[in-house]
Ligand binder design. Structure first.
Ligand code: S3P
Length: 446
């Protein structure tokens, strides 16, 4: 455990640049590892989750190296060329690595065992086991369809037509990735759109993938296998989910005026910024551009008086990872913020509904938990009381709980004690350094 007390340090000023997008980083390593030839990746997120993906792809035959200048070189084995890993694949804390790699393994004639940390070992894998079993893969898993899990892939697998029972980009991606080495058309039907990085990148690597949008917004994604992927040069845009912590911090700490550079604004990811604007947040887009086939801008954020709102459940998939930090913004807003339809948060790295309720209450916020959301009565801009001496927020191995409550600490009287900051390294290893940069820029001591 590495505890730390996050305290009010004054306004966030200057410019910071967020690291690469986690979802895009995972996918660039995986697809690079399946192309024949060298894929070069810049801006890759070097967090523990992405490193778990890289280690697994190496264990299955790819060559993956990092230059001194931070460029990653991936030499792939070709679709169909994955090898039996000699040891269990350690996925650490990463649900994305686990579920997407299960898809890849499922249509190769290999066997892989997946293991992970205490948080990952509690998370449901049945949602990927179901469609991949329909394709012909076989599984032995811990009770409840959990890790440790052994997957025996099959070739040729059976192409399926699969309607997603949960709005999950991970399940969608697992089926599409399995479809790469499956002869015929694999179809995923997505009633509620989720992040579309897999579709964008599969097309970029030359896969035959088509997306049809029906009148009611349902997306039908068809991938024709067996695919041949061509190596790419990829510049990974900055992660909006990481930017979110600094955007909220700058909104709630009085006097802040911060530019967060290089923020990916793919519409399937960026709903938090719209919700914060609806609450009265001043978030301005500067220099909108394209990076790696994704829209990107720098965001100028100024401290703002926020007002509570009822969050439209339709936006949940486009900000599914941002609710913990939205709750912190809500705790400082005037009036109440109501969130519904977020039951998926209960099966993330922790039960983010229950864990954030407990954490915010410990810091003195007024919170009510419902089955599928939280209702938060804000302070109207007054700082939160903070945690008492000897009391610490329990992060439950969840990076986003740790960072959200660090942000709450910046807008508190006594500070907020977080029990363990180590999980932050899974997605945002430079978070604490950037916090230092942004909070010392005002005094010129950076
Ligand atoms: C991710 C999808 C989301 C998200 C996760 C990353 C991805 O999970 O929570 O952090 O890269 O596909 P679900 O698809 O399970 O909602």
């Amino acid at each position: 455990m590495r505890p730390r007390r996050f305290t009010a340090t004054g306004p966030l000023m200057g410019r910071i640049r967020v690291p690469g997008d986690k979802s895009i980083s995972h996918r660039s390593i995986m697809l690079g590892a399946l192309a024949v030839g060298e894929t070069r990746v810049t801006g890759l997120l070097e967090g523990e989750d992405v490193l778990s993906t890289a280690a697994a792809m190496r264990a299955m035959g790819a060559t993956i190296e990092r230059d001194a200048d931070g460029t990653w070189h991936v030499h792939g084995v070709g679709v169909g060329g994955l090898l039996n890993p000699r040891e269990a694949l350690d996925m650490g804390n990463s649900g994305t690595s686990t579920r997407l790699l299960m898809g890849l393994v499922a249509s190769h004639p290999i066997t892989a065992t997946f293991i992970g940390d205490a948080s990952l070992s509690k998370r449901p894998m049945g949602r990927v086991i179901d469609p991949l079993s329909q394709m012909g893969a076989t599984f032995t898993a811990a009770p409840g369809g959990r890790l440790p899990l052994t997957l025996q892939g099959i070739h040729p697998a059976v192409p399926i037509r699969y309607r997603l029972p949960v709005a999950s980009a991970q399940v969608k991606s697992a089926v599409l990735l399995a479809g790469l080495n499956t002869p015929g058309v694999t179809t995923v039907i997505e009633p509620v759109p989720t992040r579309d990085h897999s579709e964008r990148m599969l097309k970029g690597f030359g896969a035959d993938l088509q997306v049809e949008v029906e009148a009611d917004g349902t997306r039908v994604i068809r991938l024709t296998g067996e695919a041949e992927l061509k190596p790419q040069v990829i510049d990974v845009p900055g992660d909006p989910s990481s930017a979110a912590f600094f955007v909220v911090a700058a909104l709630i700490v009085p006097g802040s005026d911060l530019v967060v550079e290089n923020v990916g604004l793919n519409p399937t990811r960026a709903a938090l910024f719209d919700v914060l604007r609806q609450m009265g947040g001043s978030i301005e887009e500067l220099d909108r551009r394209d990076v790696g086939g994704e829209p990107v801008a720098d965001l100028r954020v100024r401290a703002s008086a926020l007002t509570g709102i009822v969050v439209d459940p339709a936006v949940v998939p486009s900000m599914v990872d941002e609710f913990p930090v939205l709750f912190v913004a809500a705790a400082l807003a005037q009036g109440s913020t109501v969130t519904t339809g977020i039951e998926e948060l209960r099966v993330k790295e922790s039960d983010r509904i229950a864990v954030m309720r407990a954490a915010l209450e410990l810091a003195g916020a007024r919170v009510t938990e419902t089955e599928d959301g939280l209702i938060i009565d804000g302070t109207g801009g007054e700082p939160l009381p903070g945690t008492d001496d000897g009391a610490a927020v329990a992060t439950h191995l969840d990076h986003r709980i740790a960072m959200s409550m660090a942000v709450a600490g910046l807008a508190s009287r006594r500070g907020v004690e977080v029990d363990d900051t180590r999980p932050i390294a899974t997605s945002f290893p430079v978070f604490e350094n950037l916090l230092e940069t942004a909070t010392t820029a005002a005094t010129g001591t950076a």
